[in-house]
Design a protein around this ligand. Structure first.
Ligand code: 0XW
Ligand code: MG
Length: 368
């Protein structure tokens, strides 16, 4: 079965209850790219990539579409049922740009699942369960506002909350963590996420000032080296997120005992097959991690769920998708969003979502 067509769409995704505020940026809308791959047998596979603006990571929406336009002509006529060989082909034709390549990986896995009449999670080794724990990320804000939001999310059923800190006076972050602990305390697992936005000194101050409050400290500083420097002085377990751009970064972090777990983003690491390797490395070393992405609609969110379902349950920190932060779903019948703090794995073959062509934005490029 060969790749016959590749179509690329551009879609602006407004953020519900925006802006989405983190240490390094504030966003009200996301520029998403949707990929439609058609096989010569008529099967359709969907992919998506939605960088979180131009600052969050070395990724750009226009860069994703430029990379896809470069790769697409070289993929027409290639075999659909060999994802590893397609991955190698893409690396031979374009250096880097994992986030763009990941969207093609999703589409190919969607087609393969439809061809063999199985779900993507089955192609990745099998689903441990159909119901996946979600977490909610609360934008950076005042102590009162963040604590009120935390109470609301706990009432909605979330058992893990991520609080955004960094990029301001650390005293404000210390106040937020104390206020949230007082508000929801032992009813929820807390994650404090600086998204690379703190100095080592600020991170140590926050950890020391909150040493009686149990939380996971996610990506406190910009680089792995900065985190390694402060790790001996920290009172909290550390997870790396933005520093982990691929398997080698993970091996470096584990080899250097830099962290206690990871926040793993599907597009950043290059897609489902790359993430499956990272899942297995974490399982071999007993390291918990999330399954998530920087943003994304139903297509990317479904890929996240299929990946998350294959993670050993005691190592699955939680799953995050943007499904609860956007109001226009590509596939309203199979919209991916959490309810009562959990996601339900799609049931259809492949990714299990069927985007409506009038909901996936503007067709910007076609190749055949
Ligand atoms: C919470 N997320 C998964 C959503 C945003 O992309 C940022 C990211 C994080 O871990 O910070
Ligand atoms: Mg994070």
């Amino acid at each position: 079965m060969k790749i016959a067509e590749i179509h690329i769409y551009q879609k602006d995704q407004a953020i519900v209850d925006g802006p989405y505020v983190m240490s390094t940026m504030s966003l009200t809308s996301i520029d998403a790219t949707i990929v439609k791959v058609v096989s010569d047998t008529g099967l359709i596979g969907w992919g998506e990539v939605s960088p979180l603006g131009p600052v969050y990571q070395p990724q750009h929406a226009l860069g994703a579409r430029a990379a896809l336009c470069h790769l697409a002509p070289t993929l027409i006529g290639r075999e659909c049922l060999q994802p590893l060989l397609l991955q190698r082909h893409m690396h031979q034709h374009l250096n880097g740009h994992n986030y763009a390549k990941a969207s093609l990986d999703f589409a190919i896995m969607d087609i393969i699942g439809k061809h063999y009449k199985v779900r993507v999670c089955d192609l990745l080794g099998g689903a441990e369960n159909e119901r996946l724990p979600a977490y909610f990320a609360i934008s950076k804000g005042s102590a009162e506002d963040v604590a009120a939001k935390a109470k609301d999310k706990v009432a909605q059923g979330y058992q893990r909350l991520q609080i955004k800190v960094g990029g301001r006076d650390v005293a404000q972050d210390i106040e937020v963590v104390h206020k949230v602990w007082e508000a929801v305390g032992k009813r929820v697992r807390l994650v404090v996420d600086a998204n690379r936005g703190m100095t080592g000194s600020q991170a140590m101050q926050l950890s020391l000032a909150c040493q009686h409050i149990p939380f996971l400290f996610e990506q406190p500083c910009n680089t792995m080296e900065e985190v390694a420097n402060i790790r001996p002085q920290m009172s909290h377990p550390i997870a790396l997120d933005e520093s982990i751009e691929g398997i080698n970064d993970m091996l470096r972090a584990i080899g250097g005992n830099v962290c206690d777990g990871f926040g793993l983003k599907l597009t950043r690491v290059g897609g489902l097959n790359a993430m499956a390797t990272m899942r297995d490395i974490c399982e071999a070393r007993g390291l918990p991690h999330t399954c998530e992405d920087s943003w994304g609609g139903d297509i990317l969110s479904a890929a996240i769920l299929h990946m998350g379902a294959t993670v050993k349950p005691n190592l699955l920190e939680a799953v995050w998708t943007a499904g609860n932060y956007i109001d226009e779903h590509y596939d309203p019948e199979n919209a991916v969003r959490s309810t009562d703090g959990y996601f339900t794995l799609p049931t259809g073959h492949g990714l299990g979502v069927n985007p409506h062509e009038n909901r996936i934005g503007i067709l910007v490029h076609s190749f055949s």
